[in-house]
Design a protein around this ligand. Structure first.
Ligand code: PPS
Length: 290
């Protein structure tokens, strides 16, 4: 069951919320957006650490200066190319541009693949993505999912959901992981060693921050700091669009919350599906055997 109707649009076989996407905006990203060699992309399937990476990139490129992080919303500092505001935010922005996208490679700007632009792809345990997305759907008036959690897992597993199949997205982007301009990270990398992972990101980007700047990036990218920063916690979004009393945008920020939500049967069914869908993927993730 693909989600159609008032709250969504379809483009290239994927479903996107119409609040911030139009056919024209996604077509612009796919067919017209001109990637620069200096661009830096933050790529994710939704609910995998997008906002976290937006904040980290933004803080790295400001060399730890907090001015922008405290005064400009994250979605404006590191905007999505597929959203309606992309051209306004990005076309005349000086390099290096920091850019976010949830698009799979099938509808990604063609100019990216022939460029030197850098991309960081962050992957998260799909079961935690599913849980996070479920709560996000409940608090977001524009998503309109009314299903029980069990039904929601089935839609997530089948890929008949916002932004399409997690498996297709992840496998699609993993195909590029050996490119020198591509950095593959997991949500768990960030969770288990935030400082070490920020240093890896700096090295990948050729950004040589001094110790106090790194300290500032680490401190301000913590879950608690981000939860308290209204430029990243989505409290600027009106309550009739995102009702954080139902569920906060920065909800739990942990790995393994799926264990509190999946029944043993749901967990076993998802495990089998995962083994089957990911069998050709020759990379191990921290959650593979869980
Ligand atoms: S979105 O809507 O696609 O942009 O969402 P996204 O930012 O990708 O994912 C939101 C989840 O990421 C968690 N998050 C963090 N976890 C740990 N530390 C930090 N600093 C952090 N920032 C965001 C956020 O809490 C959402 O996960 P859940 O499991 O719902 O808490």
């Amino acid at each position: 069951m693909a989600r159609q109707g008032t709250g969504s649009i379809e483009y290239g076989g994927i479903t996107l919320p119409s609040l911030v996407h139009t056919d024209a905006s996604v077509r612009y990203a796919h067919q017209s957006f001109q990637v620069r060699d200096s661009d830096v992309f933050n790529l994710t399937y939704p609910k995998s650490g997008t906002t976290w990476m937006q904040e980290i990139l933004s803080l790295i490129y400001s060399n730890g200066d907090l001015t922008l992080s405290r005064s400009v919303p994250s979605w404006e500092r590191v905007p999505w190319i597929e959203q309606t505001t992309a051209a306004e935010y990005l076309e005349n922005r000086p390099s290096p541009r920091l850019i976010t996208s949830h698009l799979p490679p099938t509808v990604f700007p063609a100019s990216f693949f022939a460029s030197q632009a850098k991309a960081i792809y962050t992957v998260r345990d799909p079961r935690d993505v599913c849980v996070s997305l479920y709560y996000y759907a409940k608090m977001s008036s524009f998503l309109e999912y009314k299903e029980s959690f069990g039904e929601f897992i089935e839609m997530f597993a089948a890929g008949t959901i916002l932004f399409g199949s997690w498996f297709d997205h992840v496998k699609g982007w993993l195909a590029y992981r050996n490119r020198k301009n591509f950095l593959l990270l997991t949500y768990d990398d960030l969770l288990q060693d935030l400082r070490g992972t920020i240093l890896r990101i700096c090295q990948f980007l050729g950004k040589d921050l001094d110790t106090s700047a790194v300290d500032t990036v680490v401190a301000n990218a913590s879950f608690e700091a981000m939860k308290g920063n209204k430029m990243v916690n989505y409290s600027l979004v009106p309550e009739d669009i995102m009702n954080q009393k139902i569920s906060p945008f920065l909800r739990k920020g942990i790995s393994g919350d799926w264990k509190n939500h999946f029944t043993p049967e749901q967990s076993s069914a998802f495990h089998h599906l995962y083994q089957q869908k990911m069998k050709e993927v020759d990379i191990r993730f921290p959650w593979d055997d869980l």
